[in-house]
Design a binder for this molecule. Structure first.
Ligand code: HAX
Length: 457
């Protein structure tokens, strides 16, 4: 086992003791038996009840709407958007701790909240932040692997490789090999998940320096007094911009979780159900996040917006934008950042990012951000007229890239990496619960076309 991890866990426990603050382990230890009992009750009292029939269209249509898996930290409503343990995004913004002097939710606080369903105190957040930051250093072999990859390799491919290589020090894998009991699974799952989240930020920074700067040899060391987002910003060279640091905090809090059925969350859950450790499970999820219909859409949005700006200039009329959208649709392409498999209203994550852009004078007047706003005014109407998409409204990816671009993070093939640091927080929170609840290996039924015909006749 990577000894820095053991030291981080021990130091965190000692610091928590000194301050008389309960640690994440103690908090989970208290909650887990209650949730285990609830699941047992659901199974014994309601196990044979149905939650709706499955149509043939759902089977051949990507499983839309089939109620199929257990996922506790968040639930998505088609009209209202996401709720994290029952709280909407504005409610999370109201209730969760921010950095001293900051206004945006700290991703560390969101991580605690997603893991436990309880809002952490400022003290718990501080202690948890210190623990995560002290876990964020990378083992030498991971640094070596990352630095040896071609600079031209897509940043998401580098991310997949970096996270998979962390599996070398997995406590879950080591304890499983030595015969751990099922009731103990959640503990090393938690240790690995904390490591995976913390180290993902450092992997992300290293990839940026490797791909777009002179390499990571002189990467700034982790500053243990700062949060993960501030460290990440410093390491990639944007630490002096308080606006950028706040954006990274917000971005990493908003993208964490979007219930369990999306590709990256579901992949983590599926791969984890085979008792693959958190690193292997999340590395597989990153491969899904790298798809253009999922997380890569934030890269595609920027490409789309910059293409439009190049063709139409900084202040196109609504009519010009409408024509540009039609041209894109008529050439058979999708409008990136619009549409959603579940949502049927504008995504509240988009609303939160748009609000961020509008409340900061420097971003509010940025031509690329203004272009995102102009697109939002007309695109839903065009997509409705086009008549294909079930949801003509913007999703989370519609605004995020323009804000990163404003602050100088202009390399848009990198944008999905910033999504990936965040999604680890939500997907691995459920991974810990999957092990705590002893959920079985996932194995739904598939059907051939002949079998479908036989069943419906
Ligand atoms: N532009 C043009 N056409 C679109 C569209 C868009 N933005 N969104 C959906 N459509 C089309 C679909 O391609 C589909 O066409 P076909 O029947 O020819 O296949 C039709 O409308 C019906 O699709 P749908 O049922 O409304 O949407 P799906 O559930 O199948 O797909 C997607 C949801 C998000 C993949 C889809 O809306 C899309 O491709 N959007 C653009 C890419 C994007 O922004 N992805 C990010 C989504 C959020 C996310 O996961 N972020 O990580």
């Amino acid at each position: 086992m990577f000894s820095a991890t053991r030291t981080a866990a021990r130091t965190a426990a000692q610091a928590a003791n000194r301050r008389n603050v309960s640690t994440i382990r103690e908090t989970l230890k208290e909650i887990i038996p209650e949730r285990q009992a609830l699941l047992k009750q659901i199974k014994s009292e309601h196990g044979s009840k149905t939650l709706g029939n499955v149509t043939v269209e759902q089977v051949v249509g990507g499983g839309r709407g089939i109620k199929f898996m257990l996922w506790d930290p968040s639930v998505l409503d088609a009209e209202e958007g996401i709720r994290f343990w029952g709280r909407s995004i504005p409610e999370c913004q109201r209730d969760l701790p921010t950095a001293p002097g900051g206004q945006e939710i700290l991703p560390e606080a969101m991580f605690w909240y997603l893991l436990t369903g309880k809002v952490p105190t400022a003290e718990q957040t501080k202690q948890f932040q210190e623990e995560l930051v002290s876990r964020s250093e990378l083992p030498a072999h991971v640094e070596k692997v990352l630095d040896s990859l071609p600079k031209t390799l897509h940043p998401m491919t580098q991310f997949v490789i970096g996270v998979a290589a962390l599996n070398h020090d997995s406590q879950f894998a080591a304890r499983y090999k030595s015969g751990m009991k099922k009731a103990e699974y959640w503990e090393p799952a938690l240790e690995d998940s904390l490591d995976c989240v913390a180290k993902s930020f450092t992997i992300a920074a290293r990839i940026y320096l490797h791909s777009y700067k002179d390499g990571a040899a002189n990467m700034a060391p982790v500053d243990k007094s700062k949060d993960l987002s501030a460290n990440f910003a410093t390491q990639i060279g944007f630490g002096d911009s308080e606006g950028f640091v706040e954006l990274i905090r917000l971005y990493n809090s908003l993208h964490t979780d979007h219930e369990g059925g999306n590709v990256s969350a579901h992949t983590t859950h599926l791969v984890g159900s085979a008792l693959s450790d958190p690193f292997l499970s999340y590395s597989a999820a990153l491969g899904g996040l790298a798809g253009p219909l999922h997380g890569l859409a934030n890269q595609e949005v920027l490409r789309f917006i910059l293409g439009m700006q190049k063709e139409l200039g900084d202040s196109p009329s609504d009519e010009q934008i409408v024509q540009y959208i039609w041209k894109t649709l008529n050439s058979g392409q999708v409008i990136p950042g619009y549409g959603h498999a579940v949502l049927r209203k504008p995504d509240p994550r988009f609303a939160a990012l748009r609000e961020f852009g509008n409340k900061h004078p420097e971003t509010a007047n940025d031509p690329v951000f203004r272009m995102v706003d102009s697109l939002f005014k007309v695109a839903p109407g065009v997509l409705t007229e086009h008549g294909k998409t079930k949801n003509p409204f913007p999703n989370v990816d519609a605004a995020s890239g323009s804000l990163l671009y404003h602050y100088g993070l202009t390399q848009f093939p990198y944008y999905t990496v910033t999504f990936g640091t965040s999604r680890a927080i939500g997907a691995l929170s459920q991974y810990v619960w999957d092990r705590a609840l002893g959920l079985p290996i996932e194995r739904p039924k598939s059907l051939s076309m002949e079998a479908i015909l036989k069943l419906v006749k």
